[in-house]
Design a protein around this ligand. Structure first.
Ligand code: ADP
Length: 663
């Protein structure tokens, strides 16, 4: 189309009817109007109208809400530019909005005085320098939907031909608008189809539709995929479907279909056999649509491939059934919802019996309070680990379980597993009793052997020959070792049984530690290791509450270990310091250090990094286990820092004790 100046360029007389009609035909013939891009269509339309009428500004406005007109496109001839987005509100321009509903055309040669456009005078007309307006309303099937505005910066009389042209353009705009709405609907539909396809693929769900009257069956692409059928090769019908159903599940499917035929819902989980022999699990659901004028009642349904879920279920079921440990699920009302076979077997009840009353009914009365507080803890987000309680067997005896449980706040259910530790507990008990009986039985004769040997060695009973002396010394040393071992064993048993009597008193820590250093100095000297005691400046008045004999026992273990594992000629440093309101007593050596893989075992009974040490250095592996139990019984803590090859630092932490001035 040739470029034409607007009417304010001198020499341009308004176009006549036939010319405008020709332009109108050209505009209508443009493929741009009904292409996929409505934005371009509006730009094309405003620009063509501006050129046809020599108009300065042409815009299209559409209602976004009943009271708001939004500018879809404004073309300005001077700048050859397009703008969008401005809004006009009915409340601001009531006369204009009223005129749009009454007139098809607003011909305002003098816009500032025309009743429909005068309210634009001070704002819109002035700022855009507009004198004349010619507006044609856009009507669609739903009624008034917008307006085309032709604006001129000079006063202009709009000819009848021009008015016809604009009216025609308004109906073109209406068609473009309707088309764009269809386009949007179509795009939305495509999008929702794409979404549906994606969801269907993601969840492995296909859709089908059966016309029960005609027997026709329709499958979505996913159904073909699930059934392993090539859509090019086979047309779906009932025979094809039944041929896929696993023979063992046929009755189940027919039963569900029969229910559906009577107006109910079709809902069945069954297996299908693919042409290649693969077996899949599917979940089918369907319901009836209301019959319409065109079609009779149809059954519309979905089919989901649930093979993966079924496999997981089956595997979990296997675990549940085969587990030798107790597994159960309980609700917040203290009822079991599921228990496994092991639970039933161990307690002698059937599953129905265990589910029939609150689990608290099976628990030993003495364990009820602790169990209830454990459950409360679980309900508040805690985790049970190692908690033990006793359940009554059907024949009346009690079984001790050790529990691990967690509660899922989403389902409000507790998931628990337990081991029957009745036998283990019994054996432990027997072992404790055995160790303590044997230790007691051994201690008395050992004490007398030790006493006798000491007496012989002292020379009171007569001189000893040179051959006898070393043999008797070896016997005496081993006797001492045996006595120490038995004493340690008895102490540990006593602590485990809670029978250890402790004489807890406040003591000045520096004096206590000094005493331990003095007591063990001799032991160090015998191995050419010097004990060096260092106390920090602020520790002289620090008190701790301990049993002083047991404290000395702990210190003797730490110092003797430090000496044992130090090279000859080295120093062992013993320090007292105040750290974060706690007294820290450290024993540091520069010996072999603790190997990394032994650190987690060091406080366990009978554990030694290198078992050959036991013979070389004379240990039992009980000292640190005992030291830990004793320290903790006295409200202290024991720990160590060590790197293999760089020595070790064992430390004790005790809370400080305030001593009143009178003491
Ligand atoms: P033991 O009577 O064998 O010394 P402990 O329980 O006192 O028993 O110590 C256990 C093991 O810890 C020792 O056998 C040794 O391997 C290691 N251990 C303890 N203290 C030290 C230390 N200061 N340096 C290196 N290893 C140590």
């Amino acid at each position: 189309m040739t470029q034409m100046p607007p009417s304010n360029v001198p020499g341009n007389a308004p176009r006549q009817g036939p010319q405008l009609l020709a332009l109108q035909a050209q505009i209508l013939a443009s493929p741009l109007l009904f292409a996929n891009d409505t934005h371009k269509a509006w730009q094309f339309l405003t620009e063509q109208i501006s050129r046809a009428l020599y108009a300065d500004r042409v815009s299209v406005w559409l209602f976004t809400e009943t009271d708001i007109l939004q500018c879809i496109d404004l073309f300005q001839y001077q700048t050859k530019s397009h703008q969008q987005g401005a809004n006009l509100k009915r409340s601001n321009y009531p006369a204009y909005f009223a005129a749009l509903t009454q007139d098809v055309l607003i011909t305002a040669s003098d816009a500032a005085t025309h009743p429909a456009t005068a309210e634009f005078k001070d704002g819109y007309l002035q700022s855009a320098g507009i004198c004349s307006m010619l507006d044609a309303v856009i009507q669609s099937d739903q009624g008034l939907c917008g307006v085309i505005c032709i604006e001129q910066q000079q006063a202009r009389q709009w000819t009848v031909d021009e008015q016809h042209f604009v009216t025609a353009m308004a109906s073109v705009a209406s068609t473009v608008h309707t088309f764009s709405q269809h386009l949007r609907l179509q795009q939305d539909y495509q999008l929702s189809l794409a979404r549906q396809e994606m969801a269907s693929r993601h969840a492995c769900i296909g859709f089908w539709e059966a016309n029960m009257g005609s027997g026709e069956l329709w499958w979505s692409p996913m159904v073909y995929e699930i059934f392993g059928v090539d859509p090019q090769q086979a047309k779906p019908d009932r025979t094809l479907f039944y041929s896929c159903v696993h023979p063992e599940d046929m009755a189940l499917v027919l039963d569900s279909e029969a229910k559906a035929a009577k107006g109910g819902e079709h809902d069945v989980i069954h297996r299908i056999v693919l042409p290649n022999g693969t077996v899949r699990w599917v979940h089918e659901m369907a319901k009836w649509t209301a019959p319409d004028a065109v079609q009779g009642a149809r059954l519309i349904g979905s089919v989901q491939d649930i093979t993966a879920q079924q496999q997981i279920r089956a595997e979990l079921q296997q675990f549940f059934a085969l587990s030798r440990d107790v597994l159960c699920i309980a609700n917040d009302h203290n009822y079991f919802e599921r228990v496994n076979a092991a639970f039933c077997r161990i307690l002698g009840y059937s599953e129905a019996e265990l589910l029939s009353k609150p689990f608290t009914d099976f628990i030993h009365p003495d364990d009820l309070n602790l169990t209830e507080s454990e459950v409360t803890d679980l309900q508040q987000g805690g985790v049970t680990s190692g908690f033990c309680n006793r359940y009554r067997h059907k024949d009346g005896h009690y079984v001790t379980f050790q529990w691990s449980s967690i509660r899922d706040p989403a389902t409000c259910k507790m998931y628990a597993s337990a081991q029957d530790i009745t036998e283990r507990q019994h054996l432990e008990q027997l072992k404790h009793e055995f160790v303590s009986t044997v230790s007691h039985e051994l201690r008395t004769p050992l004490t007398s052997i030790h006493g006798a040997l000491a007496l012989v060695l002292s020379g009171c009973l007569g001189p000893l020959s040179e051959q006898m002396l070393p043999m008797l010394q070896v016997a005496n040393n081993n006797c001492q070792r045996l006595t120490n071992l038995i004493n340690d064993l008895l102490d540990i048993e006593k602590l485990s049984a809670g029978m250890m009597q402790l004489e807890m008193q406040p003591y000045a820590v520096v004096a206590l530690v000094q005493q331990s250093v003095d007591d063990n100095a001799q032991y160090g000297q015998a191995r050419s290791v010097r004990l060096v005691f260092q106390q920090a400046a602020d520790t002289a008045k620090l008190y701790i509450r301990v049993d002083k004999y047991r404290f000395a026992q702990i210190m003797a273990n730490l110092i003797s270990n430090a000496v044992k594992y130090s090279p000859a000629g080295a120093d062992v440093k013993i320090t007292v310091a105040l750290e974060q309101q706690q007294v820290k007593i450290s024993v540091t050596d520069c010996g072999c250090g603790i190997p990394e893989d032994f650190k987690h075992l060091i406080f366990q009974r009978f554990s030694q990094a290198d078992v050959s040490d036991a013979r070389q250095k004379g240990g039992t592996g009980l000292g640190l286990a005992l030291a830990k139990q004793l320290t903790e019984s006295m409200q202290g803590e024991i720990g160590f820092d060590s790197a293999a090859g760089h020595g070790s630092c064992f430390y004790l932490l005790f809370p400080t004790v305030q001593i009143s001035a009178s003491r």
